[in-house]
Ligand binder design. Structure first.
Ligand code: GLN
Length: 380
C-alpha cells in the first residue's frame, strides 16, 4: 500500500459491521438506518431508470439536481447560489470531502481539524499531502478551545475542516463558536471546509451554516448529502457548494476521481430535496424519540452519557465497566453482550485521547434500540 495510506487500516465502520454479523450482535455501530427511505423517492429513482436516464450524467451534476440543491440551500441559509457555477454533485459527501482536499490543498499546506473526527478526513488529507493539525474537543460539552485554535493557526494554515452537527459527539457548534472561527479565518485568510450532512438532525439548537456568516461564503465549501436526511446511505449522492474560484478546484478533482455520479439517482435526489416541510419535521420528531429511548437506556445501563444535540450518535464514557480502553470495551460488548458500538480512539490523532469514549447510533427502529439496551442491562 502507498505510504500515504499505510497508517490507515480497514475503516472502523467496516470492521465493526463485520463483527456484528459474525457474532449475531445488534449493530449500533456504523451509522446506517435499519429502515428504508421514503417511497416517493424510491419511486422517482425507478421512474428515472425507466425513462432512460442511464448513461453518464453531466460531470458536475444533473441540471435539475443542481437547481434543487441551490433551492434547498436558499431555504436553509438564505444564500442565493448559482446552480451552474457554485454547486457540484459528488458520489456522497465522502467524495465531496476527497475532491475538496485534493482540489484545493497543496502538499505541505496546513489543515486544522477538530478531534474526534470522521475517519475519512485524515485519510484524504494524507492523500493530498497536507500537514494535519488537530485540536481536541473535550467532554463533557466538547466546546471549541478558542485559545488553542488561535495558537494553532499560522501563516501556513490553508483551511479548517468543520463538522456540525458533529460526528461522533453530537455536538453542535454554537453561533458564538462559529463567529470566532469565522473571524479568525477572515483575519488569517483561511478557508473552511464544512461537512453538514447531519444538518436536518439538529435537535436542541438551530443548525447554522458557517457560509451564511458575513464574509464567509467566499471562503467556504459547504458539503452535504442525501444519505442521512432521506435514510438512503447506500445511494451515495452528495454535493459541494462553494464560490466559483473554489468550485473550480473541487470540480477538477471530481472530474478525475469519479467523473460523474449515478445518473438516475440524481433525478430522484432532486425529487427528494423538494419534499414538503412536513417530511423534515417528521424526520426530526422520529429521531428525537429514538434519541430519548437510547439515551435513557444507556443511562439506566450505567454509562455516563454525554449530551447529543444533533446527528444520530451519542457518545458515552464506558469506564464504569472497568475495561482498559475503548477497543477492549467494544470487543467485550460484541462478544459477551451482543451489541456493537464504535470505539472512538480511531477518531483522534493521539488515540489515547479517545480511550474512555465509545459511540452508539440511534438510527434504528425502536425495537432494536430497546433490545440492545436490554442485552446491556442483563450482561454488562
Ligand atoms: N458516517 C457513518 C458513521 O459514522 C459511516 C460511514 C462509513 O461507513 N464510511 O457511522
Amino acid at each position: 500500500v502507498a505510504k500515504r495510506l499505510e497508517k490507515f487500516k480497514t475503516t472502523i465502520f467496516t470492521q465493526m459491521s463485520m463483527l456484528a454479523i459474525k457474532h449475531g450482535a445488534i449493530n449500533l455501530g456504523q451509522g446506517f438506518p435499519n429502515f428504508d427511505g421514503p417511497e416517493f423517492v424510491k419511486e422517482a429513482a425507478l421512474q428515472a431508470i425507466r425513462d432512460g436516464n442511464n448513461q453518464y450524467a453531466r460531470g458536475y451534476g444533473v441540471p435539475d439536481l443542481n437547481i434543487a440543491i441551490a433551492e434547498r440551500f436558499k431555504k436553509d441559509t438564505g444564500l442565493v447560489v448559482d446552480p451552474e457555477k457554485e454547486v457540484t454533485v459528488t458520489s456522497g459527501c465522502t467524495e465531496a470531502i476527497a475532491a475538496t482536499m485534493l482540489g484545493l490543498i497543496n502538499p505541505g499546506d496546513e489543515v486544522i481539524l477538530f478531534a474526534p473526527f470522521y475517519d475519512s478526513y485524515e485519510a484524504t488529507l494524507s492523500m493530498a499531502g497536507a500537514n494535519v493539525k488537530g485540536i481536541t474537543l473535550r467532554p463533557p460539552d466538547f466546546a471549541l478551545p478558542i485559545e488553542e485554535l488561535k495558537s494553532t493557526i499560522s501563516k501556513n494554515t490553508r483551511a479548517i475542516l468543520l463538522n456540525t452537527p458533529h460526528n461522533p459527539t453530537g455536538k453542535m457548534f454554537t453561533r458564538e463558536e462559529l463567529n470566532t472561527i469565522a473571524s479568525l479565518c477572515i483575519e488569517n485568510d483561511v478557508l473552511v471546509f464544512s461537512d453538514e450532512v447531519y444538518d436536518k438532525l439538529a435537535f436542541d439548537m438551530e443548525h447554522i451554516s458557517i457560509a451564511s456568516l458575513p464574509g464567509m461564503f467566499e471562503r467556504t465549501v459547504t458539503m452535504n448529502s442525501l444519505g442521512k436526511t432521506f435514510s438512503l446511505t447506500g445511494w451515495k449522492i452528495g454535493w459541494a457548494i462553494s464560490p466559483p474560484h473554489l468550485t473550480w478546484g473541487v470540480r477538477q478533482a471530481h472530474a478525475f476521481l469519479t467523473f460523474a455520479t449515478s445518473n438516475p439517482m440524481q433525478w430522484a435526489a432532486a425529487v427528494a430535496l423538494r419534499a414538503p416541510d412536513s417530511y423534515y419535521i417528521e424526520l426530526k420528531r422520529d429521531y428525537m424519540e429514538k434519541r430519548a429511548i437510547l439515551v435513557e437506556g444507556l443511562k439506566a445501563v450505567g454509562f455516563k452519557v454525554f449530551p447529543s444535540s444533533g446527528t444520530y450518535f451519542v457518545v458515552v464514557d464506558h469506564t464504569p465497566f472497568g475495561l482498559e480502553n475503548d477497543v477492549a470495551f467494544c470487543e467485550y460488548l460484541v462478544k459477551e453482550v451482543g451489541v456493537v458500538a464504535i470505539p472512538t480512539s480511531v477518531f483522534y490523532l493521539n488515540p489515547e485521547e479517545g480511550k474512555n469514549l465509545v459511540r452508539f447510533t440511534f438510527c434504528k427502529d425502536e425495537g432494536t434500540l430497546r433490545a440492545a439496551v436490554e442485552r446491556m442491562k442483563e450482561k454488562l
